[in-house]
Design a protein around this ligand. Sequence first.
Ligand SMILES: NC(=O)c1ccc[n+]([C@@H]2O[C@H](COP(=O)([O-])OP(=O)(O)OC[C@H]3O[C@@H](n4cnc5c(N)ncnc54)[C@H](OP(=O)(O)O)[C@@H]3O)[C@@H](O)[C@H]2O)c1
Length: 320
Amino acid sequence: MSGSLDDRRVAVTGGAGFLGRAVVRVLRARGYAEPFVPRSRDYDLRDPGAIRRFLDDARPDIVIHLAAVVGGIELNRRQPGTLFYDNLIMGTHLIEAARRAAIGKFVCVGTICAYPKHSAVPFDEDDLWNGYPEETNAPYGIAKKALLVQLQAYRRQYGMQGIYLLPVNLYGPGDNFDPETSHVIPALIRRFIEARDCAAPSVTCWGSGTATREFLYVDDCAEAIVLAAERYEGEEPVNIGIGEEVSIADLALTIARLVRYEGSIDWDTRRPDGQPRRCLDTSRAAERFGFRATTALEEGLRRTIEWYEANREGTAESPV
Ligand SMILES: NC(=O)c1ccc[n+]([C@@H]2O[C@H](COP(=O)([O-])OP(=O)(O)OC[C@H]3O[C@@H](n4cnc5c(N)ncnc54)[C@H](OP(=O)(O)O)[C@@H]3O)[C@@H](O)[C@H]2O)c1
């Protein structure tokens, strides 16, 4: 399939989540019919019966599969079993049901957490299987990576058209700011704003600050997913990122400056750093479907902070 999705029916699992809402916005902006979003309260996608009901109700031509249990390092440490089971079982039942229902295209969204802990930087898709992931996010990363194998096997045996994308860490307005489950950018924004507001002399951050990460603005990722759904048909996985690396220490300094926090930053080195370095080679996405990220980190952070400052009423207090 190439060109516009035009009048094809699109279903977006996880379409009410952080990335899902952005994907739905992109689909609407490009003039597609309103996508079907199966909410977990109506269709628990861990249940094959609920999946069949969802496909019967939605009758999609294309499924974009984003539904997942996701979180930061703390959730990965506390609930590795849930992260493995829910993500594997939702994806594997859904791909099987999509095959049986002869869905025209299946777009599966994986994660950078699938990469080996010590991948050469920038991460190349061909190195995906050259080692075990960083231990804390291995259950999540491996569960999602198994879906790549399933899609490739189904393509060979049944001719099913499934593609697989590997987004880097995302951030942006509407992210999850719950201190129990948030990723690093919303966690830091919240902590520095709370420290600023109570004039705390210092903020202690987890780890050494030396680990590096790459961050992609959520709307850029959504654009990439829709472009791939329209234009990409290959069996090889494709990285989705911006191809720029920043240390956690530099990220913390930037966020502190942007929120006007004037105290000092301490590092709690007893806490884990997670994977030492993360940065993607993004050339395959550019070559295969013309995706290039356009939102620079500082601009994206500004928009995210603005959104949080305007929307933070009602969120639970977090200790600084
Ligand atoms: N956030 C990142 O940094 C990042 C980075 C790389 C890849 N990804 C991938 O991007 C996708 C979306 O992530 P996100 O950050 O947008 O997550 P999110 O905001 O937590 O959204 C996940 C969605 O999954 C749905 N879901 C969870 N369990 C379900 C179940 N049992 N049945 C049906 N639906 C269920 C939820 O639907 P309800 O709202 O209806 O409960 C929720 O809206 C995931 O596949 C994730 O692995 C995310």
